[in-house]
Design a protein around this ligand. Structure first.
Ligand code: GLU
Length: 471
């Protein structure tokens, strides 16, 4: 096992959407491809923002996708002693101090800076240290880093070589007056203590990295490898995809019958490719080929149609037994008493066109019950709407006559349907659509020969008769 260790460090503030999942996925891929470890750390130090049930939801989402984590799930709220120990160390070495101001006073400094048209820097108001001994801190005030302003150059695995000036370095809060550490402080302690080698996170943290580098120095901790994920952009317009923008709960995709492997394929190839035209990847293949340094730096556009297309492609790759097992919760109510071999025959017919499992009832209900005659299917059909009823009747009668003599084997049906085209002098789009509608009463259905063969002789003929009775 290599020493590579990555982490997913979500805050439990609500459901996980594709943006968060992609960050987790990339961290998982980096760990897997080098035989390293992937860990899950719940960053729950902002208790006001915590949403009940988020932790279970995050874990369920990762499990659905197969992004299993090594080690126990860590909770920052259970590690307060550890942060306190490191904070004391900083305080004792003169690198952290108690913030003596009230929030109103700090706000006033901020407003003064604005009036002076200067950027606000807390460090310009840093109080004088008390003479002798470490600065006193009783925990009722925020504890701040005594920063050491300087410029930085560093490498980000995705964003490349980056630079910053000393003006972005400030005395930020390490521990809040409620006793909880800030993200800025405790993620650094945790990554160090948990021996994380690669910090893979969203773009919203990029501007803060110089501050973190300053803190790493104060703590004498070597920074890990950094990789910043560009945003996922919303489908419409050029802004970051957010929950407000309709980014869905990742488990909604599971409930609609998306395959985890399709979701992984989709998210990995959002802004990354292996340099070829290949679009459909199995998870194992992605583990081998994924290269974090080849992620594009700019935001990748979310495209739900592409996800749908990829899901269809992954559905087509499933063996019949696998498909049968996976669609189990999605059958229409009417299929409850149908036997396995019949359902498997139905599945063979629809596998080609199924894009997500929640479509299954609509695509297959007619295999299990007689749907009521729907005259609109003919009256709105592009090819059939201009036919006289008498002609439609004639066509179905001719069809009925021929099919009555069929043994309903696929070969025989095929031959008869072709002969019917000759006999009636109709085009397949017209005649076959008519037979399809008569025998299914559904707006869409799989190819005709297979559908008739699966429905069987009795059902097919009785449905044609019902349609005839309706003209
Ligand atoms: N807790 C942070 C968030 O959920 C994670 C940042 C990180 O990955 O370091 O946004």
């Amino acid at each position: 096992m290599s020493n590579v260790k990555t982490r997913f460090a979500p805050s439990p503030t609500g459901f996980l959407h594709v943006g968060g999942v992609r960050t987790a996925l990339f961290a998982w891929l980096v760990a897997k491809q080098s035989g390293g470890k992937f860990i899950l750390r719940i960053e729950d130090t902002d208790q006001a923002r915590e949403v009940q049930g988020s932790v279970e939801h995050i874990q369920e989402s990762l499990q659905w996708l197969g992004l299993e984590w090594d080690e126990e799930t860590y909770f920052q709220s259970k590690r307060l002693d550890i942060y306190k120990k490191w904070a004391d160390k900083l305080r004792e070495s003169g690198r952290a101090y108690a913030d003596p101001y009230t929030p109103e006073q700090v706000q006033e400094f901020r407003e003064q800076a604005k009036r002076d048209k200067q950027p606000f820097l807390y460090r310009n108001h840093r109080p004088d240290p008390p003479a002798g001994g470490p600065p006193i801190w009783d925990g009722s005030q925020p504890l701040r880093l005594k920063s050491n302003p300087k410029g930085y150059s560093w490498h980000d695995e995705v964003m490349g070589d980056l630079h910053s000036g000393e003006e972005v370095i400030d005395d930020f809060i390490l521990i809040k007056s409620d006793g909880f550490p800030t993200y800025n402080f405790c993620h650094i302690i945790d990554d160090h203590e948990m021996e994380v080698t690669h910090v893979i996170r969203g773009q919203e943290f990029l501007a803060s990295i110089p501050k973190y580098l300053n803190l790493y120095e104060a703590l004498a901790i070597k920074p890990p490898i950094m990789a910043t994920m560009p945003h996922i952009m919303s489908e419409m317009g050029n802004k970051k995809l957010s929950k407000r923008d309709g980014a869905k709960d990742i488990l909604d995709y599971r409930d609609e019958g998306y395959l985890p492997e399709a979701m992984i394929n989709f998210l990995t190839t959002l802004g990354w490719n292996d340099g070829t035209e290949q679009e459909i990847f199995a998870v194992d293949e992605l583990i081998k080929k994924f290269d974090i340094s080849k992620i594009q730096k700019s935001g990748a556009q979310f495209d739900e149609r592409r996800l749908l297309w990829l899901n269809g492609a992954h559905i087509r790759k499933l063996s019949l037994d696998d498909l049968y097992e996976k669609v189990a919760p999605f059958w229409p109510e009417e299929a409850k008493n149908a036997d396995e071999s019949y359902k498997k025959r139905v599945l063979t017919l629809v596998q080609e066109r199924l894009k997500f499992f929640a479509e299954l009832p609509e695509l297959t209900r007619f295999f299990f019950i007689d749907l009521p005659i729907n005259p609109e299917l003919i009256s709105t059909h592009k090819q059939l709407k201009n036919y006289e009823h008498s002609r439609l009747k004639e066509l179905l009668e001719t069809t009925l006559e021929s099919l009555q003599q069929s043994d309903f084997s696929a070969d025989d049906l095929k031959e008869r349907l072709n002969k019917l085209l000759e006999l009636t002098d109709e085009k397949p789009v017209a005649l076959f659509s008519l037979i399809r509608i008569a025998t299914t009463q559904a707006p869409a259905s799989p190819e005709l020969t297979g559908s008739l063969h699966t429905l069987g002789k009795d059902k097919s003929l009785s449905r044609i008769n019902s349609q005839l009775a309706n003209f």
